[in-house]
Write a protein that binds this ligand. Sequence first.
Ligand code: URA
Length: 288
Amino acid sequence: MTASEDRQRDLIATLDFHVAAGVDLMLDEEPHDRFAEVDAPPRPAARVAEPAPEPIAPPRRELPPRGEAPSPARTFGQSAAARPEAAAGDARARAKDVTSLEDLEKLLAGFDGCPLKFTAKNLVFADGNPASKLMFIGEAPGADEDRVGKPFMGRSGKLLDRMMAAIGLDRTSAYIANVVPWRPPGNRNPTPQEVTICKPFIERQIELADPDIIVCVGGLSTQAITGTKDGILKTRGRFYPYRVGDREIRVLATLHPAYLLRQPLQKRLAWRDFRTLRAALDGKAQGG
Ligand code: URA
């Protein structure tokens, strides 16, 4: 093998390593330490990965050639990452004025304050029936959802559909959204900063959909919506109050289907949660 073939083999091995580690798109020629840009930055944990390997997604937008100024949208997105409270304030001010789910979706499509928008292919706003009194809220889209533009389309989504079907529900009888509507690259968890920026939108989405019951799917969603710091194994199966003006919506926490795909024995706990949900929908006291 020549030296150049040797080098080529090493480069391919390095790329394979990055893809296996979840680095599936390139944003710039030099690495950036985004976590050094904010105070007390927590590192994002790897999201409970779906077992199936994901296709490699190309970047949605072309990067500017080296040395050329980045577009204003990219600049705003990056500075917003460093000032999530300011971006969240902007998001809240804009979301407040919107009076329909359609307009909220349009608003989100034009919102440049969350850097995830610039790596995602599509906005993943919602699926299901917005008139339903039941709303499921997941964490953030994965590769399948990013490709299709709808939540819970991959293996997790198929399992969620089966869990819903087990208590007589389907996508015509529930409305489905995520806390963060853009896919975090490499299927990582959204950072706390990204959640802070996107939260005003999901809060407005809840207000406009006006459900009686919300099911938070997974720990991140439960923490973002209820404000609890407890982990999902503690919060699952319990109802939390969520106030919208003088109205109280009941929030039930349950395990994420991606976790259940990796820990199938835990499906018995999720089954209990779904029976609790069925009882609540039927107006009965919660079963165990
Ligand atoms: N996981 C989520 O939390 N949401 C989706 O839409 C897909 C996977």
